[in-house]
Ligand binder design. Sequence first.
Ligand code: PGA
Length: 251
Amino acid sequence: MKTLIAANWKMNPASQKEAKSLFDKVKKSKRKFKNSEVVICPPFAWLAVVSHMRNEGGLLLGAQNVFFEEKGAFTGEVSCLMLKDLKVDYVILGHSERRKYFGETDEMINKKIKKSLSVKLKPIFCIGETKDEKDQNKKSEVLERQITDGLKSVTKDEMKNVAVAYEPVWAIGTGNNCSVDETMGSVLFIRKILTKLYNREVADSTRILYGGSVKSENSGDYIKKSGADGLLVGGASLNPEEFVKIIKSAE
Ligand code: PGA
């Protein structure tokens, strides 16, 4: 199983020129990496721009969201088929910023996951507790609910195309990354829930990523010591040299 390193550019950068340059810099160094699958997730507006720059065996492309209907009167939305047409392989779903600012519920996220899987678009399904939930000792309860509801009616076979990203909300964009020990506990807990919902094989073969203030100084530790199979990188992915260091640390 290859390590999965995904770059979440969020609503950055501001121009096509910068997006191309960022993609190109990572693409050039990527040739040297063998053990990791590297996915770049730009905003929708730049997907078509960088899609032309992909090459076989190189960087993969991901989106940061998708809608669960195929086509029609849904102003402002983007469909799975549109993403497939742009050679997008992955889609980040359930990100805490989508949950918080755009009111995405577990039910909506589940519909998006099901729709994506139906066209072989691979979800990077994000879960994680807020600071309040952590302080009130509700982390396990929250993670279990997010996983159970988000993966409702997703089959064992479909799980081969799902990666779960553990992203504690309090660690995102704060510089306050989750410790390796705590991450290890969460990764084990997620595998326990997957065993309950599916079986041991599915739990062991599902890639579980860590995300939240990942930098090149801490990235290697997550891969080597926490049991995580990859990383979801926000802020640090906007600096190509730093992002390449992160990929290298995971090799
Ligand atoms: P961060 O973001 O690396 O900037 O903390 C991670 C994410 O939101 O996916």
